[in-house]
Design a protein around this ligand. Structure first.
Ligand code: CA
Length: 418
């Protein structure tokens, strides 16, 4: 499968990907698809009458500042639009290929647009699905001989996060202030965090939800998932550590979460589904699936301090190492009947592998600050400094092509000084 738009084999956005995003230039925000270095303007395509009414309704769902209206149409519409786009952009289709005027209207260089938060996010849930991550954190803060809590192997542990502080890549993050208390201090103090960290995660968006009281069975979960993004779940470890007992994370997490702007459709990731790690004990029936739902997605984290010219890689991990799958997360989430809605975002939790250089946050890489990470140029990091930029990238390697996520990137700004 090839497109008449030239896309190098190592590019993130070939015709096999076709991720959705929301962009603006001198026109208001609207929905587009990335292909190579271009954005394909879906609103303009709809206005031009290119869509068959059997694919999407007459109402232009792409004339919006979010993907929600399109997502709410459901899997049939998502597949229809993807199929139509694949055909329109493929080498042997002359409709757009041979119409220079139409091409100029529908294909806009990505360098000329600003990417917006792609989805109006209703609820944000964050899981804790990497066994290596949970084991490392449990070893540091609980008991190295017994790092996992007894419930961990029976369900994907999660908590409700904050949707209002999910930002798109490129929005810089201000160092938060909060209450912290050193182990040997008699009382807490309030001030800028000294334990600012990132967490490498993937996020998945709920396309269509469920009625209250109606769990989504695991074998139907994929019908409800629209697509995936890179997610950086910024964390203030010292604030988190003081506040998290007994109800879990709160202000140590809620100040910011960053996501990549392009939502990679679940259909584009389907060829990269693989068997995940063996699950023992066998999960309860409602969390059991015969289909392989791990995904072969290579991910990397890069840091760039204010003094560095280029970002340097600090870790690399494959998403296939995750213990709990996204369909298990969705089935577990709705198993009590809670309604998920179009636009809800679920994070997978920090993605860490077995190797020391595959750990998905500084807390683990620096082992609670005892083994600082060395950066090229001689700087060291246990936690993030002001001016540091964190860049996450990832993608799947196909045969002669790549399905990539682009990147999520943001810089740390100094704490408020007043
Ligand atoms: Ca997290």
């Amino acid at each position: 499968m090839r497109s008449w738009i030239d896309v190098p084999p190592d590019h993130d956005f070939p015709i096999q990907n076709l991720p959705y995003g929301v962009f603006e230039n001198d026109c208001p925000a609207r929905v587009g698809v990335a292909i190579g270095e271009f954005v394909f303007d879906l609103k303009a395509a709809h206005d031009a009458g290119l869509f068959d009414a059997t694919v999407v309704a007459r109402d232009n769902v792409f004339d919006r500042g979010s993907l929600n209206a399109f997502m709410a149409l459901g899997r049939h519409a998502w597949s229809g639009v993807r199929h139509w786009l694949t055909s329109l952009l493929s080498t042997d289709n002359p409709t757009l290929r041979d119409d220079a005027a139409l091409r100029k209207r529908l294909l806009i260089p990505q360098a000329q647009v600003r990417m917006k938060l792609p989805v109006e996010i209703g609820d944000f849930t964050d899981f804790y699905a990497s066994k290596h991550h949970a084991s490392n954190v449990g070893s540091m803060f609980r008991d190295p001989a017994n790092p996992l809590t007894p419930n961990w192997v029976h369900m994907p542990i999660g908590y409700h996060g904050r949707a209002g502080s999910v930002f798109v890549s490129g929005v810089d993050v201000r160092r938060p202030c909060g209450q912290t208390k050193a182990d040997d201090a008699p009382a807490p103090t309030f001030g800028p965090t000294r334990g600012l960290d990132y967490e490498l995660e993937l996020g998945f968006f709920v396309g269509t939800g469920n009625e209250p009281g109606q769990p989504i069975p695991i074998d139907r979960a994929a019908d409800h998932i629209f697509g995936m993004v890179l997610l950086n779940d910024w964390s203030a470890r010292d604030i988190q550590r003081w506040e998290y007992v007994p109800l879990g994370p709160f202000l140590g997490k809620s100040f910011a979460t960053s996501i990549s702007p392009w939502v990679v459709p679940l259909d584009a990731l389907a060829p990269f589904r693989v068997e995940g790690p063996a699950q023992s004990p066998t999960p309860l029936p409602h969390l059991r699936s015969d289909a392989p739902w791990a995904m072969d997605i290579e991910l990397e984290v890069l840091l760039k301090s204010a003094a560095m010219r280029e970002p340097a890689r600090v870790s690399r991990v494959n998403f296939r190492t995750m213990y709990w799958s996204i369909v298990q997360m969705l089935a577990h989430h709705t198993s009590n009947g809670t309604p998920l809605r179009t636009g809800d975002l679920c994070g997978t939790g920090t993605i860490s592998g077995e190797a020391e250089d595959s750990r998905g946050c500084l807390l683990e890489l620096s082992w609670k600050g005892t083994k600082p990470v060395h950066l090229p140029g001689g700087e060291m990091r246990s936690f993030l400094q002001d001016g540091d930029a964190v860049v996450m990238r990832g993608g799947c390697q196909g045969d002669g092509y790549r399905v990539g996520f682009g990147e999520v990137s943001a810089k740390v700004l100094p704490a408020r000084s007043d």
